[in-house]
Design a protein. Structure first.
Length: 171
């Protein structure tokens, strides 16, 4: 049986998974887990450094290992996942089996605007140039089919902890 106390937030880079995750965890009185931060703590390096020194394949293996370890623990949580987490090594299946998966669906143009305001050198899947819209659009096209397997799809305008908690209770 699915745990309603293990909540996984999935979506594109810039969707607000980490920011919203903190709010949702606080509202649900659950610990917040940022999978990317867990990876960085385990390796003692930033995600970008891991991509540069070890490659994406290594990163995805580590990401999958930590996702499984945390998911198989008895702890309840709200987890912010990396944008690619559900798309590799059966990540979406693990999350769907262990808890409730919430896809934060944000329009492409909003994602572009948000990412343009960040330090793209900390996002290994993006290069700082005029092609951010193209890069994001391609990634979204590749990943959205996986994201849409989520238990809940929450559009940006509905992104309030109260709304999401009510929808989780309804599952």
């Amino acid at each position: 049986m699915k745990s309603k106390e293990k909540i996984y937030l999935v979506g594109m880079p810039g969707a607000g998974k980490s920011t919203f995750g903190v709010d949702l965890a606080e509202a649900m009185k659950l610990p917040f887990v940022d999978l990317d931060k867990e990876i960085e703590a385990t390796e003692g390096k930033s995600i970008t450094e891991i991509f540069q020194s070890e490659g994406e394949g290594y990163f995805r293996q580590l990401e999958s290992k930590l996702l499984n370890e945390i998911s198989n623990s008895s702890s309840n949580f709200v987890m912010s996942t990396g944008g690619g987490t559900p798309c590799y090594h059966q990540g979406i299946e693990v999350m769907l089996e262990k808890g409730i998966v919430v896809y934060l669906q944000v329009p492409l143009q909003t994602l572009v605007q948000r990412l343009e305001k960040t330090d793209l050198t900390k996002r290994p899947k993006f290069e700082k140039d005029n092609k951010i819209h193209e890069q994001l659009g391609q990634l979204l096209a590749e990943r959205e089919k996986v994201y849409k397997q989520a238990d809940l799809i929450i559009e940006e305008r509905e992104l309030k902890a109260f709304n999401v908690i009510e929808k989780i209770k309804g599952i």
